[in-house]
Design a protein around this ligand. Structure first.
Ligand code: APR
Length: 230
């Protein structure tokens, strides 16, 4: 089976009701990143940071995977699909995808502020000051904040290095190192880019632009991949 590598971003979860970051009305229009998603914010006002992630976690409980997630999961019938997502929601997994690498962390997980190797599934949606790890240290969101290292980037690079096909779905490619992953694709790898808006992508050879939302764009990509061009 050919290896299909998917790089997904907030746009694939938009039709599930989850806000993207950089569009009109996006999350970063409502919140100042440096106030809620950085180590400095955690030092300055941990409760504001906890509230920010608690509200996103609570919202996620009401969201379902959309046709975009489900379509990618279904492609596992035809391809060895590996997803590298920038999203912290679990909608790819809930849609049935079996190989999902979260580059920027996972909303439903928390970790020790003392030992980052101590990671826990959060029971419920609320993490509070005073919630501690087994060693007695405060728990924090298991999220890669701005300015922090991206521990899984080498694993992600290895996934891209032997891709046969790549799909880029719902990401503005604004954030590094995620956006640089495309540079690790073998030369000439076909790339399918699904986004209703124009996206800045460095390489333009071998890119098929599908200017649609993920829900319909993934179905269109599937037809193209399976040679069922309409
Ligand atoms: N289907 C597909 N794409 C969509 C849809 C949709 N229904 N709606 C919006 N988009 C596209 C937008 O056009 C945009 O290109 O999704 C992209 C969302 O871009 P961003 O909001 O920048 O989100 P993302 O690229 O995932 O951000 C990367 O930045 O803030 C950090 O850690 C955060 O993981 C995030 C990273």
């Amino acid at each position: 089976m050919k290896k299909l590598v998917v790089l997904s971003g907030a746009g694939i979860s938009a039709e599930s009701g989850i806000k993207t970051f950089r569009e009109m009305g996006g999350l970063w229009e409502t919140y100042d990143v440096m106030e809620v998603a950085s180590p400095q914010a955690w030092e300055r006002d941990p409760e504001l940071v906890l509230d920010f992630y608690n509200s996103r976690r609570k919202q996620l409980l009401e969201c379902e995977p959309n046709k975009g997630h489900l379509g990618i999961a279904e492609l596992e019938k035809y391809f060895n699909v590996e997803i590298v997502t920038q999203n912290v929601d679990d909608l790819h997994e809930r849609a049935g995808s079996t190989k999902v690498l979260h580059l920027h962390g996972e909303l439903k997980k928390v970790r020790s502020t003392y030992d980052p190797g101590l990671v826990y599934e959060l029971d419920g949606w609320e993490l509070k000051l005073g919630d501690k790890c087994e060693l007695g240290y405060q728990l924090r969101p298991h999220i890669v904040w701005f300015g922090e290292d991206v521990p899984k980037i080498q694993d992600a690079i290895r996934i891209f290095e032997d891709a046969d096909i790549c799909a880029v779905i719902g990401t503005s490619l604004n954030v590094y190192p995620a956006a640089r992953l495309l540079a690790y694709l073998p030369k000439g790898t076909p790339v399918y880019l699904i986004d209703p808006n124009e996206t800045m992508i460095r390489q333009t050879d071998n890119v098929v632009f599908i200017n649609e939302k993920a829900g319909t764009g993934v179905a269109k990509m599937k037809d193209l991949l399976l040679g069922k061009e309409n």
